[in-house]
Design a protein around this ligand. Sequence first.
Ligand SMILES: Nc1ncnc2c1ncn2[C@@H]1O[C@H](COP(=O)(O)OP(=O)(O)OP(=O)(O)O)[C@@H](O)[C@H]1O
Length: 236
Amino acid sequence: MLGFDGVSFSWSAQRLLHNFSLTFAVGKTTALLGASGIGKSSLLQLLAGLRPIEQGRILVDRSQIAWMGQQDQLYPWLSVVDNVLLPSTLTGQPPDRRRAEYLLEKVGLAHRLSAKPHQLSGGMRQRVALARTLYTDRPVILMDEPFAMLDAITKLRLQTLTGELLKGKTVIMVTHDPAEACRLAEEILLLHRSPLEVTALAAPLGEPPRPADDLGLLTAQAALLARLEAYEISSE
Ligand SMILES: Nc1ncnc2c1ncn2[C@@H]1O[C@H](COP(=O)(O)OP(=O)(O)OP(=O)(O)O)[C@@H](O)[C@H]1O
């Protein structure tokens, strides 16, 4: 089980969750969307156990979680391959260099193993971060706008890669991008109101990663955008 059971949580003056319950589909990708400041990142932080709650239970085994954020969070003094090996270094496990190299090959960086992060483009650094997330090999992956800072083409490629490489894992992805949600998610959840409420929307048909120009995807994307706009207007 992964989710919230009767959870209440406030940020100083603002009550974010009141008796909030939600379970996520295991082995699937769920996209979380909603207006800026509604509480998407807070939900991820609570799931990861980074904040104490006032009431209820977080349903999670924290040892099963990997995190990938908007910033690549690479260590500038470590090479690409050593950044991927970092989870082993931090936990005192023997580093599996062959596996790290295999994953870097998967994300198209086999030729940059010994480069330092500052020698790479933003998209390349985010690919290293993806390889590191995969290296930890946890069944649950929390992603907070992982591709928000990338150009359109790099974003498209990394979404495809993510959809392929994270198949079968439980992925909770915060995104502002309806197209991204429609390409990658099997469950689409819209967050609105304060305290938080959730509305589930139908994901497009077909296995992720779905092609960006698929007609069903484009229709679902337009519907999602309209719902997001309607929630924004009703909360103004
Ligand atoms: N560390 C914090 N201390 C106090 N308030 C916070 C903190 N982090 C977030 N908040 C507040 O909680 C609310 C939800 O913030 P959160 O970052 O979860 O929203 P979000 O939906 O992820 O926003 P965005 O899409 O802009 O990233 C906001 O009103 C924000 O000001």
